[in-house]
Design a protein around this ligand. Structure first.
Ligand SMILES: Nc1ncnc2c1ncn2[C@@H]1O[C@H](COP(=O)(O)OP(=O)(O)OP(=O)(O)O)[C@@H](O)[C@H]1O
Length: 585
């Protein structure tokens, strides 16, 4: 995914939608509000002058104080108005970003959705987007006003006496030195901070998920190790950042508002010289005291912009994913065969994982895909299911390119049993029924029996009503796999794509799964990504994949003679099966 360096504010307001063009008024209201906020300082300066010149009267002082109070009321009113408006805009932008992410989820290839952990979407939608709220609602309108009011005051001090104007600015270059120290490596540190926070969240979810095993076996386990490491990393990196920046931050906060450092000695010297009158001295000392705290907001605001960019990046990155387009109109499918015609594929546009793969899988037959780990077997299965589109060449089903078949229509033809045997956090009954929402309870249980899972399901405390999430730690990987096979059995599909799980190679589970598969595929086309070669001995066609290339195809007996890689895999398989059998005895 390529990312152009774009102004993050521009990117953010690209989502303004119906609130487009409303921010300038919010900024103007905030600026005018801040200008009114300077009134008390002018009032004090004016009063001091009147006292000095002997012009001060009770009525005059009351009038000045009243005007200052009115200005403060106006300031509160305008700031409130600006804030109300900017919050409205902020919520609109947040809503639009969330809608854009949700919309994108529908458009990205199914493979992106299946392979991205759901926690990542939660972080994107809730955390990253949520953190933008304050920045839009506060920083955007307040930053220009934090510049405007001090700027107007500085101009006034310069107009009164340019030497005092310069004296009042003396703390700015000094504080800039501290600010540069504070901002050193800021973007990198902020990115580490956010990333380590996300890593801690993910590790916590994994740790809590496995707590039952940890308690049962009194072990700390790998997941605790990961959680503990992430907590320590978060602690260490945050502390290191704080240690590096506290001195600079304290210096910045102490120096910037201390305008007296310049105005008092220089003003005093000018007064003693007789080149500055006392009223001017007082005015030039008091007015800067009022504007510097505003400039502090500027420093804070700049920091927030870096924070905003760090939160905006993962959102932009997801939205930059290429989209998968499918028509809505159903097509008339011919003979249900799969044809791969010179197919090439890359997940990320950089590394090619399939090179020029061509084959045909005929209806009603078993086509097996074998090869070393990482050779591209699952990728072929995912291209058949339409989860990704071929980068070059074409994948066809029933005489049509898969990308010309509506996704729903293709899904109604195919039952896909994934390697990671994904169960939803619903009851086991509902998990199986997802294969066919119209199925009765009796049909669900019949499918479960055929998939060899009825017995262990009824042994659970709540039987078929047990939530898959609650049952997660009670079920073995093989049992979870069989539940997904039961789901696939219930689906009235003509093709079954079975991405075999690698992990459940113990002979008992293997036999149970094998039986379930045999019942599942009666009369259907089976495409199996095979890790256990016993599964596919009788396959009509076996495709041997190596490093993304189809190096041979044929029946088991033919490949044993013609394909050395297949023969080696077969010998390894027999050897492993022998060892497993002996261990069982
Ligand atoms: N979502 C993805 N994004 C990027 N690369 C991926 C993705 N999924 C798989 N790959 C890479 O594509 C290559 C082929 O992976 P694939 O899962 O198809 O192999 P496989 O033969 O099925 O492996 P295994 O037998 O271990 O399941 C591997 O290098 C893998 O790292």
């Amino acid at each position: 995914m390529k990312e152009k360096k774009e102004n993050p504010i521009k990117v953010l307001f690209g989502f303004a939608g119906e609130a487009r063009g409303k921010m300038p008024l919010s900024v103007i209201l905030a600026i005018i509000g801040e200008l009114f906020g300077m009134a008390p300082f002018f009032a004090v300066a004016l009063l001091a002058n009147q006292v000095y010149t002997g012009e001060a009267t009770i009525q005059g002082a009351a009038l000045i104080a009243g005007a200052a109070a009115l200005c403060m009321i106006l300031r509160t009113y305008l700031t409130l108005k600006s804030s109300l408006r900017s919050h409205g805009i902020s919520f609109t932008i947040l809503k639009n970003i969330r809608c854009a992410i949700a919309d994108k989820m529908r458009r990205v290839p199914m493979g992106v959705m299946l392979e991205t952990p759901s926690g990542t979407f939660k972080t994107l939608m809730v955390d990253n987007v949520g953190r933008l709220e304050d920045i839009i609602a506060h920083i955007v309108p307040e930053l220009p006003s934090a510049v405007a009011a001090p700027f107007a005051s500085i101009l006034l001090v310069f107009a009164l006496d340019w030497r005092m104007g310069l004296a009042s600015l003396i703390t700015i270059p000094l504080s800039l030195i501290f600010m540069v120290g504070m901002m050193q490596g800021y973007s990198k540190k902020m990115a580490t901070y956010l990333q380590s926070g996300n890593e801690m969240n993910a590790a916590l979810v994994e740790y809590i998920g496995g707590i039952q095993v940890i308690k049962a076996f009194g072990q700390t386990g790998r997941s605790f190790g990961r959680f503990s490491d992430s907590v320590h990393f978060f602690h260490d990196s945050t502390l290191a950042w704080w240690r590096q920046s506290w001195f600079w931050m304290a210096g910045f906060k102490a120096v910037l508002p201390s305008t007296l450092l310049g105005t008092l000695p220089i003003g005093g010297w000018l007064y003693m010289n007789g080149t500055l009158s006392l009223p001017l001295l007082l005015a030039c000392i008091i007015i800067p005291v009022g504007f510097m705290p505003q400039l502090m907001k500027l420093g804070f605001g700049l920091e927030q912009f870096a924070y905003m960019a760090a939160n905006l990046n993962p959102i932009r990155s997801f939205l930059a994913n290429p989209e998968q387009h499918r028509p809505n109109m159903m097509v008339t499918l011919g003979k249900r065969d799969f044809t791969f015609d010179h197919v090439g594929f890359s997940y990320d546009g950089k590394k090619t994982v399939l090179h020029d793969v061509s084959f045909m899988a005929r209806p009603g037959e078993v086509t097996a895909i074998v090869g070393p780990s990482g050779s591209g077997k699952s990728t072929i299965a995912k291209l058949m299911a339409g989860f990704w589109d071929a980068t070059s060449g074409s994948v066809q089903y029933g005489g049509h390119e898969i990308k010309d078949i509506p996704f729903q229509q293709l899904m109604s033809e195919i039952s896909y049993v994934a390697q990671d045997n994904f169960l939803f956090d619903k009851s086991i009954r509902e998990n199986i029924r997802m294969g066919n929402p119209m199925a009765s309870d009796a049909e669900v249980e019949a499918a479960a029996s055929a998939a060899n899972c009825h017995d262990f399901i009824i042994a659970l405390e709540n039987g078929y009503d047990t939530l898959a999430g609650d049952a997660g730690d009670l079920l073995s990987g093989g049992e979870r796999q069989r539940i997904t096979i039961a789901r696939a059995m219930l689906k009235p599909a003509s093709v079954v794509i079975l991405d075999e799980a690698t992990a459940y190679a113990d002979p008992e589970n293997e036999a149970e799964i094998q039986q379930a598969i045999n019942r599942l595929v009666t009369g259907k086309t089976l495409i199996v990504v095979a890790h256990r070669l016993s599964t596919i001995r009788n396959a009509n066609q076996i495709l041997v994949i190596d490093k993304g290339q189809l190096i041979a195809s044929g029946t088991h007996d033919r490949l044993r003679e013609a394909c050395p890689l297949y023969e080696t895999m077969w010998q390894q398989y027999i050897g492993a099966a022998d060892i497993a059998e002996k261990e069982e005895l």
